[in-house]
Design a protein around this ligand. Structure first.
Ligand code: MN
Length: 458
């Protein structure tokens, strides 16, 4: 084994983060607000029982997350029960529940026992005109009344606007100033459709700070363009103190900013202390994977199966000589171990290392024979297993939730008598959930009667 220690005057790697320190202003402390139980559960097909929500909440709290959004009590009796159980569990984390700017929603949060509330309303013109069918003045009134109602019940109030990053800034400014006058404690800016970019988000946040001068502000970023974590980190660099995150990056559509990626980037790329017990991240990720039924992307950062696996000969040799060659973070920090995979791309160093497990040493010519056998073994793997797995995965995720056949049976069970043929034909018109078309949003004609005044948060 070559000596990995550097000469004293020469670092092993350059760290150019030091060149940009002056451009960043991280808040201290950074308050992690976890959305796994609310936005994460809003992912199509995902549902947690009250017991499961409690199990996840306990692990999030042990990890050191500060705020847990437990859900929207008004959604269903079971959801209200879930929030109540999490709120009454005596966890170290603050328990928050969410509400539209509707009095009965806020009452449901007050009754749930949660000590924090997220009051949310949309802010962009497309949401106001086509979803809420409210004017800016009506949104302003509803927001002020809602914050007043929640504050008079003694709750810590986070005020959230949906689609903030696509909303008129003058309206946003006025709205946040007014709710703060009513006592709103934390101001949350949402990139609801994940459509901002780091530099533009920075501009937006700087402008927001100049106009509103927030003392406690927060961001909720979505991943529609794969930028949720990048935008969240940009917000933190800009001085935002409360990032919304979600285990495994779950959430509506392409998901939210991933808890594990945001946390490890802060700790290791920026050297910011998060106060999180990062070695529990992998266990938490596996718990959520199991209970949500959503497999972690194999090459996902931090918690994907491949994040600390090496097969290629050059890489394996490098990592065995010094882990810094191909591992920017040590797997143990997130509760994992590195894996050396034997296959087509393997080299001799990996075999030597593998043989050490049983204290076996072999001469060079045997090693060469063994290497050819391993390469052949890797190339000869049956593709049938992989094919069946992908098929099952596609079947499961192409159309999760209540299936069409089940739904139309429910329609009949509900006593709706109709033309069987028409019912059958209608079934084909139903768009599968999660198949919403792209940008810009077409006119939506989703039924909104019972949600007039707001809709589930995006
Ligand atoms: Mn969301």
């Amino acid at each position: 084994m070559p000596d990995p220690s550097p000469r004293a005057e020469e670092p092993l790697v350059e760290n150019y983060q030091n060149e940009t320190v002056a451009l960043r202003r991280f808040a201290d402390p950074i308050v992690f607000w976890d959305e796994t139980l609310r936005d994460g559960e809003q992912m199509p097909g995902v549902h947690y029982t009250p017991a499961e929500k409690l199990q996840i909440a306990e692990m999030l709290s042990d990890l050191g997350v500060s705020v847990i959004d437990a859900g929207i009590p008004v959604v269903s009796a079971e959801e209200a029960e879930s929030v109540r159980r999490v709120a009454e569990a005596g966890l170290k984390a603050e328990i928050l529940a969410s509400a539209r700017t509707v009095p009965s929603d806020i009452d449901a949060v007050i009754k749930s026992g949660a000590r924090q509330i997220a009051v949310f309303v949309a802010a962009s013109n497309v949401h106001l005109r086509h979803k809420l069918r409210m004017t800016q003045a009506e949104v302003m009134d509803a927001s002020v009344r809602s914050v007043r109602q929640a504050k008079s019940a003694g709750l810590f109030v986070a005020f959230v606007t949906e689609d903030t990053t696509r909303a008129p800034l003058d309206f946003v400014t006025e709205l946040y100033r007014r709710v703060r006058e009513e006592g709103a404690d934390r101001l949350v800016i949402a990139d609801t459709v994940g459509a901002t970019t780091p530099m533009t988000f920075r501009w937006f946040l700087e402008e927001f700070r100049r106009r509103v001068e927030p003392a406690d502000w927060s961001v909720h970023c979505h991943n529609d363009f794969g930028l949720a974590v990048a935008n969240t980190l940009t917000a933190l660099e800009t001085g935002v103190n409360c990032p919304h995150v979600c285990v495994n990056g779950l959430g509506e559509r392409a998901g939210n900013a991933s808890l594990e990626e945001t946390a490890m980037a802060l700790e290791l790329l920026y050297g910011v202390k998060t106060g999180l017990r990062t070695e529990s991240l992998y266990g938490l990720s596996k718990l959520v994977e199991g209970l949500s039924g959503v497999p972690i992307q194999a090459n996902k950062a931090i918690v994907g199966y491949n994040s600390f696996s090496h097969e290629a000969g050059i890489h394996t040799h490098g990592v065995l000589a010094h882990t810094l060659t191909y591992e920017p973070l040590q797997p143990e920090l997130v509760g994992r171990r590195r894996q050396m995979i034997l296959g087509k791309h393997s080299g001799k160093a990996a075999l030597v290392e593998k043989l050490k497990e049983r204290r076996v040493e072999v001469p060079e010519h045997i090693l060469n024979v063994l290497l050819q056998l391993v390469k052949k073994g890797g190339e000869g793997q049956s593709k049938e297993d992989a094919r069946l797995f992908v098929e099952e995965y596609r079947r499961r995720f192409d159309h999760p939730g209540v299936q069409d056949a089940e739904f139309w049976q429910m329609v009949r069970d509900a006593g709706v008598v109709g033309d069987e043929e028409e019912v059958e034909a209608t079934a084909h018109d139903v768009q599968p959930r999660g198949s919403s078309p792209g940008w810009p949003e077409p006119n939506s004609s989703l039924p909104t009667e019972s949600w007039k005044g707001s809709s589930p948060p995006g």
